[in-house]
Design a protein around this ligand. Structure first.
Ligand SMILES: [Zn+2]
Length: 311
């Protein structure tokens, strides 16, 4: 079988499509007609998936990137049950389709995570027993060991998908084992829950700040096309987020952010350093080491919103 190597260097960063209307749930008691998983092909080697709001209000985004030797699935969503959330079947089909276009004698799947919170790892078990598959555990030591970190979190290590090289760095603060990935092929900066158009929960603020500094530094030495997190929680109205638990977000903003917005997050975070609590900005909301009271208010707003049934 011919093993024609795809060139992931010459044309990088490749032009892809962000022209997509993401599935965003249904109002009130209305039944959502959304599929459980939306599949968007950014380019022929890069797929962005979204878990439906009808399956989990978290509606996380997942990333599937193909190289010559292996594909990386970054995150496995918020739902373990394959009947409700058929991630394995979806990924198997996407891999099969890719391999049909680019035949290979062997091909590996690596399943890793932006960070270890439950809404990013719940589908891991669906990949247990899959042939030629490595699932990286959510634990910090497993993440460090798998990617080869010797100087966590500052080090930038590379992970090669086969001619498609990813740069990986530690970015704790939201979660102790959080990583940020820069993909040289697409120019994506994959920021997990650390930077996204929504609520940025900084549980360890000094680490969060240091991570943002490193993410900006990484973005400044690379060509970044899109800064991509794992959730969308902001409406299109500046400073206005959907309530926690919202299952209908018709006016949500785009997933992708710019490097300018990444710099804004960093500047905003520096401006609220030492000020514990909730800080609202146009494109995101920073939770600086949220107290029980801050978290209660967030939950209460979500519950009230549900009772009112306004969405
Ligand atoms: Zn998280």
């Amino acid at each position: 079988m011919t093993d024609s190597r795809i060139d992931f260097i010459t044309q990088a960063p490749a032009v892809g499509s962000m022209d997509v209307r993401w599935i965003h749930g249904a109002p009130g008691r209305q039944r959502s007609s959304d599929p459980p998983i939306q599949v968007h092909h950014y380019d022929q080697h890069t797929t962005i998936l979204r878990e439906s709001k009808s399956v989990s209000y978290e509606a996380p985004f997942l990333y599937l990137m193909f190289g010559n030797d292996r594909a990386l699935l970054l995150d496995t969503g918020a739902t373990a049950d394959a009947a409700r959330f058929p991630l394995r079947a979806t990924v198997d089909q996407l891999v099969a389709e890719w391999l049909a276009r680019h035949p290979r004698d062997s091909y590996e799947l690596v399943v890793a995570h932006t960070h270890g919170h439950n809404d990013h790892v719940a589908g891991d078990a669906q990949f247990a027993g899959r042939a030629a598959t490595r699932v990286v555990s959510r634990e910090l030591d497993a993440v460090q060991q798998f990617f080869g970190f010797t100087d966590w979190p500052a080090q930038i290590v590379t992970f090669d998908l086969g001619g498609r090289v990813l740069e990986v760095t530690g970015s704790p603060g939201h979660h102790r084992a959080a990583i940020t990935i820069y993909d040289r092929w697409t120019g994506f900066l994959l920021t997990g829950d650390t930077v996204l158009p929504g609520r940025l929960y900084a549980f360890d603020f000094p680490q969060f700040l240091a991570s943002l500094d490193r993410m900006v530094a990484l973005a400044e030495t690379s060509v970044v096309t899109h800064v991509l997190g794992c959730h969308v929680e902001m409406t299109r109205q500046p400073g206005r987020d959907y309530p926690l638990g919202a299952t209908y977000q018709p006016d949500e903003r785009a997933l992708e952010m710019t490097v300018t917005q990444l710099r804004d997050v960093r500047a905003a975070a520096h401006s609220v350093a030492g000020k514990q609590g909730v800080h609202r900005f146009d494109d995101f909301v920073i939770y600086n080491e949220p107290s029980k009271r801050d978290q209660f208010k967030l939950i209460a707003r979500g519950v009230l919103d549900k009772i009112r049934g306004s969405r």
